[in-house]
Ligand binder design. Structure first.
Ligand SMILES: [Zn+2]
Ligand SMILES: [Zn+2]
Length: 200
């Protein structure tokens, strides 16, 4: 189910750049949530897409930025944190004319949305009087999501020994673990006073 609220009318686009602002509505968010768990549970401020559109010859050029605020679970310390997503984009759409995209999915979207994307998110085709930008915005948003969410670059994570949050507390594991094998060896060497215990 694609939201129908993210429509751009081709006739309104001229050589003079025009500004548009789209705020994702319920339909878009439901679809985004179905695609991604973070967007199902953690959207704090709905995604906003701001762009300028202009014509360059027969092509349409859309340039802008996607923004959203989403709560994530830190991959190191497991706390929830709020992250600001920001993803710039630039898309050039050329008239499809009579051409049919080789990929069936792209052909379907060109039919349904009046536009489809190539392999990259930077180029595509359009056909007809209006563009449904939902699919493109979903792709941009997916790019904006962190691959491995981290609350802070310096997050020290949970102690693998005792499980405490090392950002807040200090445990003894850290001191003991790295030194223990060497401490044992040192003890053996020194303990015997040069003569191994139990030696002949
Ligand atoms: Zn963290
Ligand atoms: Zn510990």
């Amino acid at each position: 189910m694609a939201g129908r609220e993210l429509l751009l009318h081709v006739e309104g686009i001229s050589e003079t750049p025009r500004h548009y602002r789209f705020e994702a509505g319920g339909g878009f968010l439901a679809e985004a949530g179905a695609r991604c768990v973070e967007l199902r549970e953690g959207v704090e401020a709905p995604p906003v897409f701001e762009l300028t559109a202009h014509r360059a010859g027969a092509d349409l050029v859309l340039e802008g930025v996607a923004r959203a605020e989403v709560s994530f679970t830190c991959g190191r310390c497991l706390t929830r944190y709020r992250g600001a997503l920001r993803e710039p984009f630039r898309l050039v759409l050329e008239p499809a004319g009579e051409r049919v995209p080789a990929e069936p999915e792209a052909a379907r979207l060109l039919e349904r949305d009046g536009m489809c994307l190539g392999d990259e998110l930077e180029a595509g085709w359009f056909r007809g009087p209006r563009l449904d930008l939902s699919e493109f915005f979903h792709e941009v948003l997916a790019l904006a999501l962190p691959v491995q969410p981290v609350c802070d670059e310096g997050c020290r994570g949970l102690c693998p020994g005792c499980g405490i949050d090392r950002n807040r507390e200090v445990c003894a594991c850290e001191d003991r673990r790295p030194s223990s094998p060497f401490a044992d060896l040192a003890g053996l060497k020194l303990g015997g006073g040069g003569t191994p215990r139990g030696g002949s």
